[in-house]
Design a protein around this ligand. Structure first.
Ligand code: WT7
Length: 639
């Protein structure tokens, strides 16, 4: 702990502070009356058809914000800017991996969204129908999301890198009758056949329509009566589609994420609270101004992209960059080239990307003029002070504050984060809860002492909080409200508060990994392994990785008739990649005779984790039914 807090503190640069939207601590004072605070934000950030009767209604563990308020998210992202004369400002500058560029003003984006909204309607989509979207980083992705929101159809975006099977389980769970996908897209110069993967995922499912964007022009089969081209369905459609008047608590979208069981859970976000929360944090945390060019490098298929590429930026009339491809294509300076080319002023990325850039070396960013940058952000996992300092010095040239934003799919918006014009930064700390939000670090005995590790718990409701898990009420209670009871939201992250009140996040506790900023349940990887015919049992643990933060390591017990071999190992790794997606690929697999288990049969992952990390002392093994296995595993790991 000492070592953490003795490091240098970085106050906001004077010129940054002078021009910052939020310059003083007063906002934290204002946040003390959190209902009043969020009500003020709801009035100033969002346009309403009808205002609310009540700011917050609690029926634990369910929360309603801005009760009976009426609004439309797409209206708030598009129409109101055109109506106030800001329609000619660029909303998105999209750069394809192959160098292609498409630019959309707010007016142009509005027209595309309206056309597609009309197309959805003409295909029979009704308010409340959940639309699944399986698209890579192309403009049609935000267009489809906004079109769905416009007509009151919640979207469920499935990250394009996910496997066919991952798509299938999400489409099925959401009960979607419509899927939006594409023919193919570019990654490191190659065309990935996305349609083939989509078709595999939805085979046998009863879908009314599959809308296919033509991105790569590769030859793909179209199923008669079901599959239609995007270009054909928008042909001749009007550029006006009246936005549906939505209730504050109508579902805006589902976002599936990993939990402690093998099955991903559908996090529910509703309209008003989510819009108020993302619009406010976008404005305050990224300090966005009229002339900013903002770039969040996340994929729109994750919550970061939903909140801070689509809804947050558009609700603030911001100009954003969307980049389709890999950071090292055609060479390792692609990102820095993009920053120079578009004079990006705000960059929001992940620690894993920073560590990778660090490994590639300063010569790549140093080839480019990065002087347009004025603010840097990170998200996704704890940032090690070394990477923080590299980001600060090499990319920010010592004049850009860094906002290390802690939040999660369930929170919808930033929760623990600096305010760049106010907060004195400590490298590696996400600093303080956003105004209006209270958090604490506790364990079963109560609030932890300064410097002591515990569970991060959020103790005030916040507007963009999840409203439940789709079709999984019990799971919702179990995951978030059972450990400390109602009113104390259990995040699943470990944390420490230091003597200055700074929060230091320590990553996920328990059975969820964070691989390069992507959340992955160990149980998901285990169930993928066990679905292979040769596997009897599997245990997966996270081990540290220099670039990705963590990677899965698997212990596998084979069935009687299967023999361990390098080929089988490779096959299993490939199998996991096919079932879940490449991020889930185990870094290594160890074939074992048995797994350490308690008398009640519970696998002791704690021991397996220590073993995989190479630690000699694995702790107490006296409660094991089969303690001898520990020594055996140790020996085979050394071999
Ligand atoms: C988990 C949530 C919402 C961002 C994208 C990931 C970790 C996120 C930080 C940060 C330390 C962080 C947490 C959290 N995390 N941001 N700034 N410092 N850890 O969303 O997939 O829902 O994952 O990401 O462990 O629980 P997600």
């Amino acid at each position: 702990m000492k070592e953490l807090t003795e490091k240098k503190v970085f106050p906001p640069p004077a010129d940054f502070q002078q021009k910052a939207r939020i310059k003083s601590n007063d906002v934290y004072e204002e946040g003390k009356d959190y209902k009043k605070f969020w009500e003020a934000r709801a009035n100033e950030m969002i346009d309403w058809y009808e205002k609310w009767d009540k700011v917050l209604e609690v029926d634990e563990p369910y929360y309603k914000w801005f009760v009976n308020g009426k609004l439309n998210a797409s209206y708030n992202c598009l129409d109101r800017w055109i109506e106030s004369g800001k329609g000619n400002k660029l909303a998105y500058i999209w750069e394809g991996e192959n160098g292609e560029v498409r630019k959309f003003t707010y007016k142009q984006l509005y027209e595309e969204v309206n056309k597609f909204a009309n197309a959805l309607k003409s295909m029979g989509v009704k308010k409340g129908d959940i639309i699944s979207i399986y698209l890579p980083m192309i403009p049609e992705l935000p267009i489809a999301m906004l079109a769905a929101a416009r007509i009151g159809a919640p979207h469920s975006v499935v990250f394009a890198g996910f496997s066919a099977e991952a798509l299938r389980s999400r489409v099925e769970d959401a009960g979607s009758k419509y899927l939006i996908t594409c023919d193919g897209y570019y990654r490191r110069g190659k065309i990935l056949n996305h349609k083939e993967k989509s078709d595999e995922g939805i085979e046998g499912l009863d879908l009314k329509k599959v809308i296919v964007v033509k991105r790569a022009g590769n030859d793909v089969p179209m199923k008669e009566g079901r599959d239609v081209w995007w270009d054909d369905v928008i042909e001749g459609k009007s550029t006006k589609c009246e936005p549906a008047v939505m209730d504050a608590e109508d579902l805006l979208f589902l976002m599936y994420t990993s939990g402690t069981t093998g099955k991903p859970k559908g996090v529910m976000h509703t309209t008003a609270g989510y819009m108020v929360g993302t619009a406010t944090t976008m404005k305050w945390v990224f300090d966005v101004k009229d002339d900013d060019v903002y770039w969040c490098t996340a994929d729109i298929g994750w919550i970061t992209g939903h909140s801070y590429i689509v809804y947050g930026p558009l609700a603030n009339n911001v100009t954003s960059i969307i980049y389709e491809g890999a950071p090292d294509y055609p060479s390792k300076d692609r990102w820095w080239e993009i920053i120079e080319k578009y004079k990006v002023t705000i960059l929001y990325t992940a620690p894993t990307a920073i560590r990778l850039a660090m490994k590639w070396g300063e010569e790549w960013p140093n080839k480019h003029d990065l002087s347009s940058l004025r603010l840097l952000g990170t998200v996704g996992e704890p940032i090690n002070p070394e990477a923080w300092l590299w980001y600060y010095n090499v990319i920010g040239k010592k004049h850009c504050p860094i906002v290390d934003t802690w939040w999660m799919t369930e929170t919808g918006m930033h929760i623990i984060t600096p305010l760049p014009g106010v907060t004195k930064l400590k490298p590696g700390s996400a600093t303080f809860p956003f105004p209006g939000i209270k958090a604490e670090v506790r364990d079963e005995h109560g609030i932890c002492k300064t410097g002591e590790k515990g569970d991060l718990v959020i103790t005030t409701p916040w507007p963009a909080m999840l409203r439940g898990l789709y079709n999984a009420h019990d799971k919702y209670i179990e995951e978030y409200w059972s450990k400390y009871g109602f009113g104390k939201f259990f995040t699943g992250d470990g944390a420490i508060v230091d003597e200055d009140g700074y929060f230091w996040l320590l990553g996920r506790l328990g059975d969820v990994l964070n691989v390069a900023g992507h959340r992955l349940g160990t149980a998901e990887v285990e169930s993928a392994l066990v679905s292979h015919e040769s596997v009897a049992e599997a245990a997966v643990v996270g081990i540290p990785d220099e670039i990705k933060g963590q990677v899965p390591f698997a212990y596998v017990v084979l069935r009687q008739d299967a023999k361990p071999s390098d080929e089988l190992k490779k096959e299993l790794i490939k199998h996991v990649s096919k079932v879940i997606g490449p991020t889930a690929r185990p870094s290594d697999i160890l074939f074992v005779e048995d797994l350490p288990k308690t008398r009640s049969g519970k696998i002791m992952r704690r021991i397996l984790k220590k073993l995989a990390e190479g630690s000699k002392d694995v702790g107490d093994i006296t409660t094991l039914r089969n303690p001898e296995i520990v020594e055996e595993i140790k020996n085979s790991l050394q071999r």
